[in-house]
Design a protein around this ligand. Structure first.
Ligand SMILES: Cc1cc2nc3c(=O)[nH]c(=O)nc-3n(C[C@H](O)[C@H](O)[C@H](O)COP(=O)(O)OP(=O)(O)OC[C@H]3O[C@@H](n4cnc5c(N)ncnc54)[C@H](O)[C@@H]3O)c2cc1C
Length: 576
């Protein structure tokens, strides 16, 4: 059951305590409690997702930013984007970021996962070996408009019996059909891809989304659906914030961390409570929360922790490093259609009608996310940049950049007039790396978050080429009677660099702050079975464990990591 006070928990004895009821945390809690002998407590800082309109309505996915459902982080100033700080949303709600993200469900390329296997020396992380876990996560579902999806995906590569609903867009604009037509007009540079989740993601095609009958499918609505939440061995405490994990002993000379310190009161002076897990603590607090908790617990770069005033207990210099994210630039064209997002967003009466439609039947424009098609593309192999940088993509079938192709603007405030087409260009194999580091002894202070976007000239080069590629795409014949003009004026390298650096933001596909590495490696934070190195009783299962960002939006990879992690944990305790 989900409870809001620790006094409402029927017991204090749990085999596993999961810190963070987010994307990965609820998946692990679900899978572990499939075994009625294991009891699990999830501790989540945020509140309930239930009946939260802005979480449920797919089109309103940005509406939870800067609300109590968001941690409301801001980044440090980043040199690569002219010293700007940008907002850094992260879910502070049951379901975590899956309760407020953009809902796109993209796996990345098979190369991405094969690289995880190579990098960790654990074949279990390879694309082929993870296939059962992709299928355990995914429950492929009809879109809510019941349109004929033949030719829009390949059923052979999907899971139909998993837990988390995934569907093609349930509301399609004529613009989206133009995008697909452009792929047949310019097939050399922009081939149609029947299914971007097949492992071969290059090309342009329909994007799947975590939407179930016109309503968001999050880890909270799926892995914590009522039939699971009522399991007598699954307990979820919300509105409780974990401040540290605590050493409870030593085993064979190794510190054991099975204690978890938390508070139900958000004031810094609040009294702290302590619980001890019988088997393991699983940190699933996300790419910011996990390194934040580890460092406050004395697990991190000892020199840095001493400087800050936190007593170092375990020296793991990689904690909070290797922070990797995808930079995003919006490219805008004025179009001669009124059938774009701006029309309803500027017209209260129309918007009310569309909301009414969604309320009554979960159909209409708000039943779909804010884009329907995407592209995954590479810069040419003979690009001069490869004389300076080794190709950071996971392999020749992996994109360097993405197009997020949208039927207009959704970010408010809108310009007063005009209808638009927007292609978001995203560098999906960035070389830049940032950090998430604490700078105070108070666990209520946010860490210093620096994704270090566009630090590397490689990333800047790819972004320039992505923008030029998007402009070539917009010249497909199908857009000739549609596009009026390109709004952005930058042309030369220098002008584009200025445009990029002054407008780039994050698309929040961040990973890597508690990265896996091979067993025995002198870098990384986790062994390939996701146990924290140099300690016992503690694992990390969330996006922070992913060592290299996939060329994809990151929720599918996060779910798949959680699915496999659950089996690894079960196997460890069956053997024990
Ligand atoms: C705005 C935005 C849009 C995105 N859009 C997409 C998209 O369209 N498609 C996609 O694939 N990916 C998208 N992503 C990325 C994707 O959602 C994340 O990669 C994924 O959800 C991360 O899962 P996680 O389990 O690592 O962390 P989370 O889901 O964030 O879970 C962490 C949980 O831990 C809790 N927590 C943290 N600290 C503590 C603490 N001290 N005590 C207790 N609880 C704590 C948090 O409140 C949260 O519930 C988006 C991300 C953002 C921010």
């Amino acid at each position: 059951a989900v409870v809001t006070k620790v006094t409402d928990l029927p017991t204090r004895d749990f085999d596993f305590v999961v810190v963070g009821g987010g994307t990965a945390g609820l998946a692990v809690a679900n899978r572990l409690t499939e075994n009625p002998k294991y009891s699990v407590l999830v501790i989540e800082a945020g509140g309930s997702n239930v009946a939260l309109f802005d979480s449920e309505v797919p089109f309103f996915n940005g509406h939870l930013f800067n609300t109590p459902a968001d941690w409301n982080y801001t980044t440090a100033p980043m040199a690569g984007i002219e010293g700007r700080s940008v907002g850094y949303p992260q879910g502070h709600i049951l379901g975590g970021t899956s309760s407020m993200n953009g809902l796109a469900y993209t796996r990345g390329s098979s190369d991405d996962y094969d690289r995880y296997a190579r990098l960790t020396k654990d074949e279990g992380w390879s694309w082929n070996n993870l296939q059962p876990y992709f299928r355990k996560n995914e429950r492929w579902t009809e879109p809510v408009d019941h349109h004929n999806t033949t030719g829009e995906f390949n059923p052979a590569v999907h899971g139909f019996h998993g837990i988390n609903a995934v569907s093609l867009p349930g509301f399609i604009y004529s613009f989206d059909r133009r995008v697909i037509q452009a792929t047949s007009e310019l097939p050399r540079e922009f081939p149609f891809n029947l299914d971007m989740n097949s492992g071969h993601h290059l090309g342009i095609g329909w994007t799947p989304f975590t939407i179930d009958g016109g309503v968001r499918s999050s880890s909270a609505t799926s892995y914590l659906a009522p039939q699971f939440a009522k399991r007598p061995n699954l307990h979820v405490l919300i509105n409780a914030r974990v401040t540290r994990v605590v050493q409870t002993g030593t085993s064979h000379g190794i510190p054991v961390f099975k204690g978890v310190e938390f508070t139900e009161d958000r004031t810094p002076t609040a009294s702290r409570k302590l619980l001890t897990a019988k088997k393991e603590i699983i940190l699933s607090a996300g790419v910011i929360g996990t390194p934040h908790i580890l460092q406050h617990s004395g697990i991190g770069d000892s020199a840095l922790l001493s400087q800050v005033g936190v007593k170092p207990l375990v020296n793991l210099p990689s904690v909070g490093k290797n922070f990797t994210d995808h930079p995003f630039v919006a490219n805008t064209w004025l179009v001669n259609s009124t059938d774009t997002f701006e029309t309803a967003l500027r017209n209260e009466t129309l918007m009310e009608q569309q909301i009414k439609q969604w309320n009554e039947s979960h159909t209409g424009p708000y039943a779909a996310a804010t884009f329907a098609t995407a592209g995954w593309l590479r810069v040419p192999d003979n690009s001069t940049i490869f004389q300076q940088f080794e190709d950071p993509s996971a392999g020749p079938n992996t994109s360097h950049f993405e197009f997020i192709i949208a039927n207009g603007k959704t970010r408010l405030p809108l310009p007063p007039t005009g209808n638009f087409m927007v292609i978001g260009t995203v560098v999906v194999t960035p070389i830049s790396r940032g950090t998430v580091l604490i700078n105070s002894t108070n666990p209520f202070d946010p860490p210093v978050i620096n994704p270090n976007l566009l630090d590397s000239d490689f990333d800047l080069f790819v972004m320039r080429e992505a923008i030029r590629s998007a402009r070539r795409f917009a010249q497909a014949p199908v857009f000739s009677d549609y596009v009026i003009s390109l709004v952005d004026t930058a042309v030369t390298d220098a002008e584009l660099d200025e445009f990029i650096r002054s407008t780039a933001i994050t698309v929040s596909h961040c990973v890597g702050t508690a990265s896996m590495s091979p067993k025995g490696a002198d870098w990384g934070v986790l062994d390939p079975d996701l146990r924290v190195k140099k300690v016992a009783g503690l694992r990390v299962v969330d996006s922070s464990a992913i060592p290299v960002v996939p060329a994809a939006h990151t929720q599918a990879a996060t779910y798949v990591f959680a699915e496999r992690a659950s089996d690894l944990i079960k196997a460890a305790w069956v053997m024990a």
